[in-house]
Design a protein around this ligand. Structure first.
Ligand code: SF4
Length: 407
């Protein structure tokens, strides 16, 4: 929607999200722009191949193509590496002059102050539980080894003017907004100003933040006053040595329960993210993580096998060690083991992941974690996941691909 907004007005844009709408391969188009996560990259290449077979030019951007432009260029005419501001209008101009270059790359990080409001009119809101997404800033001050955010967006925190974000938020309809920033509390002074202004709108929102928010507890209450009802937090592991290995030693395991309690006291639910498969992990970690998640009343959780996504330090490390064993990108969704683990087999890791999902989203565990704090949204998401997990396990046994994380 943001790239559509960056498109000069003389061009007509239609937007297709294949997770809800099929692609019309016969549509009239001068150029097809594609973006895809690593897990969707092969599908994006299939789409590109079909359009190019008709003579339609294809330009690809996004994290995967930015990390591996040479691979993407086997299927597309041009790759926009990094953020699209300036580069996408430039690519369109070159296309009109029939002088499209294979790679577009910015010299400096674009200033997000110039980002126009997203073209939400191009999506059908009825196809989504939440389509009111909004971005306030880009980048993250941290550099966790498995995460592509700081290599893609940089380690500086680049913010949009608070007034612009608030004006865009005010234009959204009544549903809860999703602030898609990777770490909405990464810059406490900016977050404070933003939350104070958002509070006037009396809207609700969900977002993502790091555990470092505990250092400025007043920020949590300001987020709640601004309408925050849920936060996705990368807890990653309950083992300090594994966190150190991930470059995430700023997560303090002994403070996890306090963090959850403080969020709950402010009416904010937590979606905790945990990953498994790191060197040095003991096999009992799945049981201990399950026990912790239940005792700490984690509302919802995403579990994954750590995945060497191109563009991350973790990928480079494993590449150097010759341990990346899977090149089928569709398996890079966190449910498959794509590298040679140490001290455990890949099959065992995958079975343990399936078990923790089954246990965490069993009705018994859902009740145990949520009965004393009834939140309709938490119940709804837990019951959706209860069903998704069972469908995922069934389809996995049948050998049919299905992503438990969904979209
Ligand atoms: S995992 Fe979170 S805290 Fe770490 S670099 Fe990525 S966005 Fe930042």
């Amino acid at each position: 929607m943001t790239v559509a907004a960056l498109t000069p007005p003389e061009h007509q844009v239609s937007l297709v999200d294949e997770s809800v709408t099929p692609v019309d391969f016969n549509c009239e188009a001068d150029v097809v722009g594609l973006t895809a996560t690593t897990a969707m990259a092969l599908r994006a290449y299939e789409i590109a191949d079909r359009f190019r077979a008709r003579g339609v030019k294809v330009v690809m951007g996004g994290m995967h193509a930015s990390a591996l432009p040479r691979e993407a260029l086997q299927h597309v005419d041009a790759v926009v590496v990094g953020e699209a501001e300036e580069l996408w209008p430039q690519a369109l101009q070159d296309l009109e002059r029939e002088a499209l270059r294979p790679v577009y790359r910015h010299q400096n990080w674009p200033d997000p102050a110039g980002v126009p409001p997203a073209r939400r009119d191009l999506l059908n809101p009825h196809r989504y539980i939440a389509s009111e997404t909004l971005q306030a800033a880009r980048g993250c001050p941290f550099a966790c080894s498995f995460c592509a955010v700081s290599s893609f967006f940089g380690r500086t925190y680049r913010t949009r003017p608070v007034e612009d974000v608030v004006a865009e938020a005010a234009s959204l309809r009544g549903r809860p907004m999703i602030l898609v920033d990777d770490n909405i509390m990464g810059h406490p002074a900016y977050a404070t100003r933003l939350f104070e202004r958002l509070a006037d709108l009396k809207k609700q929102f969900l977002g993502q933040a790091s555990t470092t928010m505990l250092k400025t507890p007043e920020l949590i209450s300001k987020a709640a006053a601004a309408g925050c009802r849920g936060l996705f937090v990368g807890l990653e592991s309950i083992s300090p040595s594994i966190l150190a290995r991930l470059g995430k030693a700023f997560n303090v395991v002994t403070q996890y329960r306090e963090l959850v309690k403080r969020l709950h006291d402010n009416g904010i639910s937590i979606i905790g993210s945990f990953m498994f498969g790191l060197d040095g992990e003991d096999p009992d970690v799945f049981n201990r993580t399950m026990e912790f998640a239940e005792q700490a009343d984690i509302d919802m959780a995403l579990f994954s096998i750590v995945t060497p996504l191109p563009g991350t330090r973790f990928y480079e490390e494993l590449q150097r060690e010759g341990r990346v064993i899977e090149r089928d990108w569709s398996k890079y969704d966190g449910t498959w083991c794509t590298f040679a683990p140490r001290g455990v087999t890949a099959d065992r890791l995958q079975e343990s992941l399936q078990k923790i999902y089954r246990d965490f989203y069993s009705w018994g565990s859902i009740l145990k974690r949520t009965w004393h704090r009834f939140e309709p949204m938490v119940w709804l998401i837990n019951s959706i996941y209860h069903r998704r997990v069972r469908t995922w396990l069934y389809r996995t046994r049948q050998g049919v691909p299905y992503s438990v994380a969904g979209s």
